[in-house]
Design a protein around this ligand. Structure first.
Ligand code: HEC
Ligand code: HEC
Length: 183
């Protein structure tokens, strides 16, 4: 009888642990189990950096789904009010790089979150994605819009100094004029 009880308790304990691991829908858990440790992949294409980082940082491809990159790259002549058109062969090569490394094509921890949050939509902006908005909603406007060194949330590298390296860790955030972000 005692033995049976011990076995029952052990079984229940194991089931409890297993249940927590397998049924957890928490992103952090999954990220740790499936994803690579970096937030998103670093920018790894020199041509991309040369062509797409003159007006803003070279956004790591893992911040937008593949369909978003296709849309952006097929509309470069009217790119957020600017003309960012490139030679057709360059456009083709960069599109291939961006699409292959889009948020829904890789399993980096943070890319998975951006991809899931974008769902079936193909937003033109990272800053439109609900997950992005949620992560930034507590930052006061004086640190962004009226901060001459930032201007807008599209300027990722103003605060995430290692954005092109794919790092968005909260420990690495410095807001210009305000110092390190302390949550
Ligand atoms: C001539 C300047 C210029 C060039 C070159 C340029 N962009 Fe942009 N890009 C802009 C402007 C302006 C915005 C809007 C920024 C804002 O609202 O603060 C923008 C925004 C973006 C955004 C959205 C950022 C957000 O708000 O989430 C993406 C993605 C982007 N660009 C990708 C690219 C890619 C890919 C290339 C290279 C093919 C490129 N850009 C080249 C001017 C440029
Ligand atoms: C004005 C400074 C600023 C700008 C610009 C900015 N961020 Fe952030 N970001 C923050 C702060 C501060 C946090 C942490 C917010 C919190 O803890 O409440 C954050 C959080 C994040 C997180 C979540 C990090 C974590 O550990 O949970 C990601 C991912 C991120 N930002 C990506 C971006 C991207 C991509 C851009 C550009 C499109 C961007 N951010 C632009 C300040 C900024």
């Amino acid at each position: 009888m005692k033995e049976k009880l011990a076995i029952l308790i052990t079984t229940l304990a194991l089931a409890g642990v297993a249940g927590e691991v397998f049924s957890s829908d928490d992103d952090e858990h999954r990220g740790a189990a499936w994803g690579k440790t970096a937030d998103v992949a670093a920018v790894s294409n020199e041509q991309y950096r040369a062509e797409c980082a003159s007006c803003h940082l070279a956004y790591p491809p893992g911040l937008l789904p593949a369909a978003s990159w296709e849309k952006i790259m097929s509309g470069l002549s009217d790119h957020f009010g600017d003309n960012a058109e490139l030679a057709p062969d360059v456009t083709k090569a960069l599109t291939a790089y961006l699409v292959a490394n889009g948020a829904d094509r890789v399993n980096y921890r943070r890319s998975v979150k951006f991809a899931r949050s974008a769902g079936n939509s193909a937003p033109l902006r990272i800053t439109e994605i609900p997950y992005f908005r949620k992560e930034h909603r507590e930052i006061p406007a004086r640190m962004i819009k009226t901060n001459t060194q930032v201007g807008s949330l599209s300027n990722c590298s103003a605060c995430h100094q290692r954005a092109e390296a794919g790092s968005f860790s909260e420990r690495e955030i410095t807001i210009p004029g305000y110092g390190r972000w302390d949550d």
